[in-house]
Write a protein that binds this ligand. Structure first.
Ligand code: GPP
Ligand code: MG
Length: 283
């Protein structure tokens, strides 16, 4: 059973992040979600079909939107590929669940129960409404809770993921909470952007990304230190940087570009920033 968590927003920073996501209605997210009802808050993976840029001008924008959405859905599918064997009895946690896209894909693939937590009440309402529309409200639920202190029962989770959400929290308390929630041998999958502290500090382009989203991108090493400190043992680390660059190139040519495309492309190309998928098991 679960307990409710009072005082979800615990700092001025967390309140400002919640305010950002409560008012966010960005066409790059809404118009892509309207393609098939899966609303994502992450980026894409894989090569785009160059033919979307050709053909009739009046449908060009629609073709690009659909292609960006296909690449974002492909990204979530890669994350789910790393969750291991999940049975319908298992319970999963989507930490920073946004409008619910990855949670619904997990529930469809595994037939299991998924809880999503977010500090945006608007996102909880939106995603719960999607769960009703999709007919899965009995097993996919969204909660106004803080991923640093979810209130869920210890050992209750077979797997947990964060799909581009860890840049909003300190990693040590986050992974302590995940270690508490995961059963022994349970799995954690993280897709994140992190800066390259092997070659230097936070680059100008990375700082621009932080400023744009009110987030705090961590150095690469911080992930592995915080996992080791909390009994989370990496089993694979994939550098997805080269596979996400085409998404940003296509997005830069689209009508839904937000202005953050150039900093992402600069940071990835200059090597100051990586797009990583880290899989770890609870020891
Ligand atoms: C937002 O996705 C994702 C983040 C704010 C995390 C930052 C990610 C990094 C890899 C640094 P979104 O889909 O809401 O963003 P956008 O509106 O730009 O599409
Ligand atoms: Mg988006």
């Amino acid at each position: 059973m679960t307990t409710t968590t009072p005082n979800v927003l615990r700092s001025a920073y967390q309140r400002s992040v919640a305010a950002y996501w409560n008012s966010e209605r960005d066409p790059v997210n809404i118009r892509l979600g309207e393609v098939d009802g899966l609303y994502h808050h992450h980026y894409g993976l894989g090569d785009y079909d160059p033919s979307v840029l050709e053909g009739p001008e009046q449908t060009r924008d629609d073709r690009i939107i659909r292609e960006l959405h296909r690449l974002e859905t492909a990204q979530a599918a890669v994350l789910l590929d790393h969750l291991g064997d999940i049975s319908p009895q298992d319970r999963l946690l989507d930490a920073g669940s946004g409008r619910g896209g990855t949670s619904f894909m997990a529930a469809d693939r595994f037939g299991c129960q998924v809880d999503g937590v977010t500090i945006s009440e608007t996102q909880v309402e939106f995603a719960d409404d999607q769960a009703v529309r999709r007919g899965v409200a009995d097993r996919v639920r969204f909660h106004f809770r803080n991923m640093l202190d979810t209130g869920f029962e210890a050992g209750s989770r077979r797997a947990i993921w964060t799909n581009e959400t860890t840049m909003y929290v300190d990693l040590l308390p986050l992974f302590a909470e995940f270690a508490r929630l995961l059963e022994f041998g349970g799995r954690y999958v993280c897709i994140t952007g992190c800066y390259n502290d092997v070659t230097g500090g936070r680059s100008k382009a990375v700082s621009r990304i932080d400023e744009h989203y009110t987030c705090n991108i961590h150095p690469r090493s911080a992930y592995f230190k915080a996992m080791a400190a909390n009994g989370l043992v990496p089993i694979s680390v994939l550098d997805l940087t080269s596979q996400t660059i085409p998404y940003w190139e296509l997005r830069a040519k689209s009508s839904v570009a937000t202005g953050i495309e150039d900093p992402f492309l600069t940071a990835y190309r200059e090597g100051s920033f990586h797009y990583l998928l880290i899989t770890a098991d609870r020891a």
